[in-house]
Design a protein around this ligand. Structure first.
Ligand code: SF4
Length: 437
């Protein structure tokens, strides 16, 4: 149960094509390459990746909402060299289909089932399935403290305890709550059912997604707010995990190298990038606590009560050419001034343009940069109809007015997400435009 997979005894398997790394994407600050891992690495390995990011890119790294490392600022010449240099490190790179499991899988006494064997069988079985969408993702969630409930997935298996034993709910599309229930299966049936669905999607071609097979199926409902990966977690076998993250998912190589060096000094031997732009470091309790203190004093997020952890901000200006606003500046201001609004019940989505890279699902409140200023959207995605539009100069005042309105109107026991939903677009628009709450 406590095994941390650091055995790299099958390097050739690891060295196959990693599409995320080999096919960098164009962004405003050059090409971006994704380093998708399926297992833990050492702090020294992450520090080496940071050095490669500095050597070949602009030294800025992201940890994505799904827990992928991203190296920014590459060009046509440097991207293939990074690819080759990363492969020399013999990291557990993901090949082919993304099959994700919770970051504490196999180490968490509270999980219903260890999802890793099923995930590995799906990875292996899906190797020969042609025609899948490049962003197709499968989540296998055995439950526990850090479930992947909030991540979108084409196909999801979620463990449930029943009187008959452990069963796996198979969902199509959406988050765990919004996904459609396709079936409830025994473990022995789960892998073949998923592979059959993947084959069906492959036959439909690379535009087909899980939701395309979900017509007429009931919505799952179920889980509410997913847990935050920030903080310290007690694991099985007297081990602990420290969940730490850079503000708004982005950091420079130097800061991350310093964090990795400190982790190594404290005897921490493994880490894993995880959802919500986090890094989970695994080690003894004292080491995890000391690393958390070090990270906190160096500007990293270390607690779910940090309002920055309640903000999903894309790279924004100047990193992205499509961005109309400096998202990280705006997000930092929002965290500073609207701490009580950001109570963890929703993600404040701050986006440089309507594409909404940082948060593809609807949010209780989204701020979207436009050529004219800022659009404010409630209960929707960045591209949805705004309830108000404000000039750049009025951005901070508008946010403050919304925070004041929620503070004044919040009912006993009501969190910010519920309060925003109850107030609705008209009340929010009135507060923003009139300045009166
Ligand atoms: S949402 Fe728009 S501005 Fe932000 S990173 Fe994506 S494309 Fe760039």
């Amino acid at each position: 149960m406590t095994t941390l997979f650091l055995d790299r005894s099958t390097p050739d398997m690891r060295r196959g094509a990693c599409p995320a790394l080999s096919t960098p994407m164009q962004t405003g600050d050059g090409l971006l390459a994704r380093v998708a891992l399926i297992d833990v690495i050492t702090p020294a390995e992450l520090a080496e990746l940071c050095r490669l990011a500095r050597r070949h890119g602009n030294g800025i790294l992201d940890i994505s909402a799904r827990g992928n490392l991203q190296v920014r600022g590459l060009n046509e010449t440097s991207a293939p060299v990074l690819d080759a240099d990363v492969r020399v490190l013999n990291l557990p790179l993901r090949e082919g289909l993304a099959v994700e499991t919770p970051p504490l899988a196999g180490m968490d006494d509270t999980e219903i089932a260890d999802p890793r064997p099923i995930a590995e069988a799906i990875r292996q079985g899906a190797r020969d399935i042609p025609g899948l969408a490049p962003k197709m993702s499968v989540v296998v969630d055995g439950g526990g403290r850090l479930r992947l409930s909030g991540l979108l997935a084409d196909i999801r298996l979620a463990a449930v305890s029943s009187d008959e034993g452990i069963r796996w709910t198979l969902l199509l599309g959406g988050t765990e709550t919004a996904g459609r229930v396709f079936n409830v299966l025994r473990e022995t049936e789960a892998v073949s059912a998923i592979l059959a669905l993947l084959r069906k999607l492959g036959e439909k071609g690379p535009k087909a997604r899980g939701r395309d097979l979900a017509a007429g199926l009931p919505t799952n409902g179920a889980p509410g707010q997913p847990a935050s990966p920030f903080g310290t977690f007690r694991l099985s076998g007297h081990r602990f995990a420290a969940g730490i993250g850079p503000a708004f998912g982005q950091t420079n190589a130097e800061s991350l190298i310093a964090l990795c060096d400190e982790a190594e000094r404290l005897g921490i031997q493994s880490l894993k990038p995880a959802f919500d732009h986090s890094l989970l470091f695994f080690g003894a309790q004292t080491a995890c606590e000391a690393l958390t203190a070090f990270a906190g004093s160096n500007g990293f997020i270390t607690s779910p009560s940090d309002p920055r952890s309640a903000i999903a901000a894309c790279s924004g200006s100047p990193a992205c050419n499509s961005a109309a606003i400096a998202t990280h500046e705006l997000a930092a201001k929002a965290a500073e001034e609207c701490g009580d609004l950001l109570d963890g019940s929703f993600k404040l989505h701050v986006t440089g343009c309507p594409k909404g890279c940082a948060y593809p699902q609807p949010s209780a409140l989204a701020l979207c940069g436009t050529t004219a200023g800022l659009s404010l959207i409630t209960q929707g995605k960045a591209a949805d109809e705004p309830f108000a539009s404000v000039a750049f100069a009025d951005t901070n005042n508008s946010l403050r007015r919304i925070a004041d309105l929620v503070r004044n109107e919040r009912q006993a026991g009501e969190n910010s997400a519920a309060c925003l939903a109850r107030l609705g677009p008209r009340r929010l628009a009135a507060a923003v435009t009139s300045g009166r709450s």
